[in-house]
Design a protein around this ligand. Structure first.
Ligand SMILES: Nc1ncnc2c1ncn2[C@@H]1O[C@H](COP(=O)(O)OP(=O)(O)OP(=O)(O)O)[C@@H](O)[C@H]1O
Ligand SMILES: [Mg+2]
Length: 504
């Protein structure tokens, strides 16, 4: 009948654990429940046998526990087990202790380390692979659909200009529209450039949205880690590795082994290359359907030129290859002359169309903005235009200040303080290293407004010095004419305001 020693413990441990868990903290309750169960057992002999089993198990449990480990809890003298309820309760506590203290925790770090990941992968690889395959299939199918519909409809980015403040620039808009509406046999890529704050992003977004279909807009992030993500987001791609269990663990492993940044870099590099491949494939399908390639716009690509210039090179090579194959048309938008200068030096430049420069607003557009859009008084608008010229970013910032009640003189002072900082960074102030060469450039420009790139470089002892100064937003490089000018009218005005320092 009840001859098996294992019958009671296993039966109760397996079948009653949920209720034990609830009652574990209230042993009295547990005991009364247990006793109730046994009021039905009439046979006294059975009761005696059961109690024998209890006693034996009690001894086992105690000795087993001592042999297993000497824990904090084991220092507390343990009461001898007298009922089946207590026995099962004890068993349960033993099991929980074992679960809490896995043997694998031999390393000292309390963090979830790569050894744990490895152990976990080794013990569960079959289930993980199965789960991952299912996830991959679903993500792949969903992505395929989402990417082709993203290219089909275009990203349609929204230009961030307040309602009623937008000044139209029809000529530039027309040029951009033509670039974004590619033709079947188009075999070039494009570079759109212009000094900081001339309105490149605003017009690019606006025309990308107007053209809509087949135009993908990517805002290139300043950190490489997010490049693949930004690209993926633009084409609506869900990354399998963001949902895959194995991938999450492998990421964790990489991060432990290579440091967080190293690990993330390896993953982003992989993600980024993959997203480019996916995009290429989806572009081929788009072209087959519509008879013309889609367009991808990389805005703010100058963010890559200093820290991740090799990524820029790869993008340029990709742009060349895909222009050759007419798979997609790439458009690079840059605020810094250093981007086209770098691109021009590479063989892939042979497939680039002449750069398109977005410069300052014309006088008419500037007054339209100041007087009609911002409601600035005509006299003040005239003074502002004389000081700043048509640089929209500066016109906007000065209008904001005037409308907040600041006087023109205060605004002017702030602009000159900011400009002086730029001179300081470029090391062009008196006693600074590039003062003499810079002064010569300044005087040449005051005489002729524009000088050739070579003439500019000749004022410096080394080309690197010329490059260093050219990057600091005092002078501007114009790739389509290969010339150098002042970067903005406020720079020129600052120089005239400090004639004794700069003018011979
Ligand atoms: N046509 C326009 N009408 C009204 N406001 C504009 C226009 N173009 C740009 N702006 C405003 O001028 C500011 C600078 O514009 P935007 O960011 O487009 O310049 P950018 O050339 O892309 O600058 P960066 O070189 O820093 O990338 C923004 O605040 C924008 O709202
Ligand atoms: Mg921009």
């Amino acid at each position: 009948m009840f001859s098996s020693r294992n019958f009671l413990p296993s039966h109760f441990v397996n079948r009653r654990v949920p209720s034990l868990m609830l009652r574990n903290s209230r042993p009295v309750l547990f005991q009364s429940s247990f006793s109730r169960n046994f009021t039905n057992v009439k046979d006294a002999e059975i009761r005696r046998k059961v109690e024998d089993v209890i006693q034996e198990n009690s001894k086992d449990a105690e000795s087993g526990h001592k042999a297993d480990e000497i824990s904090e809890d084991s220092k507390i003298p343990e009461k001898k087990v007298t009922s089946l309820g207590e026995l099962v309760q004890k068993k349960f506590i033993d099991i929980s202790k074992k679960l809490k203290k896995p043997k694998s925790s031999s390393h000292t770090s309390s963090a979830f380390g790569w050894k744990d990941i490895w152990n976990f992968l080794r013990n569960n690889w079959k289930q993980l692979i199965l789960a991952d395959i299912l996830i991959a299939l679903v993500v792949d199918k969903v992505s395929e659909y989402r990417i082709s519909s993203a290219i089909e409809n275009g990203t349609r980015p929204v230009a961030k200009v307040k309602d009623g403040q937008f000044v139209s620039r029809p000529q530039i808009s027309e040029t951009l529209k033509k670039v974004f509406q590619s033709e079947e046999d188009h075999s070039y890529y494009h570079v759109i450039c212009g000094e900081r704050g001339t309105g490149k992003t605003t017009l690019t977004r606006m025309e990308a949205k107007n053209v809509g279909k087949g135009v993908i807009y990517v805002d290139v992030p300043s950190d490489f880690e997010n490049l693949g993500k930004a690209f993926g987001k633009a084409i609506n791609l869900s990354f399998f590795e963001d949902t895959s269990i194995i991938s999450l663990l492998v990421r964790k492993f990489f991060s432990s082994a290579m440091g967080v940044t190293g690990g993330e870099s390896a993953i982003s590099s992989y993600q980024w290359r993959r997203v480019i491949e996916i995009f290429r494939h989806a572009s081929e399908m788009y072209k087959e359907k519509h008879g013309k390639p889609p367009v991808i716009i990389y805005d703010n690509v100058s963010r890559l030129v200093h820290k991740n210039s090799e990524i820029l090179d790869i993008l340029q090579d990709e742009a060349k290859d895909n222009a050759d194959e007419r798979t997609y048309i790439a458009v690079f938008v840059s605020s810094e002359g250093s981007v086209p200068r770098r691109m021009q030096l590479r063989s892939a430049w042979s497939r680039a169309e002449d750069p398109i420069e977005i410069g300052d607003l014309t006088e008419e557009e500037s007054f339209n903005y100041l007087i009609n859009k911002r409601k600035i008084d005509a006299t003040e608008a005239g003074k502002l235009y004389d000081l700043i010229g048509g640089r929209i970013l500066e016109l906007k910032s000065a209008s904001d200040k005037l409308l907040k009640g600041k006087s023109f003189e205060v605004v002017k002072k702030k602009i000159f303080t900011k400009t002086e900082d730029k001179f300081r960074k470029a090391k062009l102030l008196r006693k600074q290293v590039h003062f003499k060469a810079g002064k010569n450039v300044i005087n040449a420009l005051l005489n002729s407004k524009e000088i050739s790139r070579i003439a500019f470089e000749e004022f410096f002892n080394r080309d690197e010095e010329a490059e260093e100064v050219l990057e600091k937003n005092i002078f501007a490089y114009h790739p389509e004419r290969n010339t150098v000018t002042f970067q903005s009218r406020s720079i020129e005005n600052y120089i005239r305001n400090n004639a004794s320092m700069f003018i011979k």
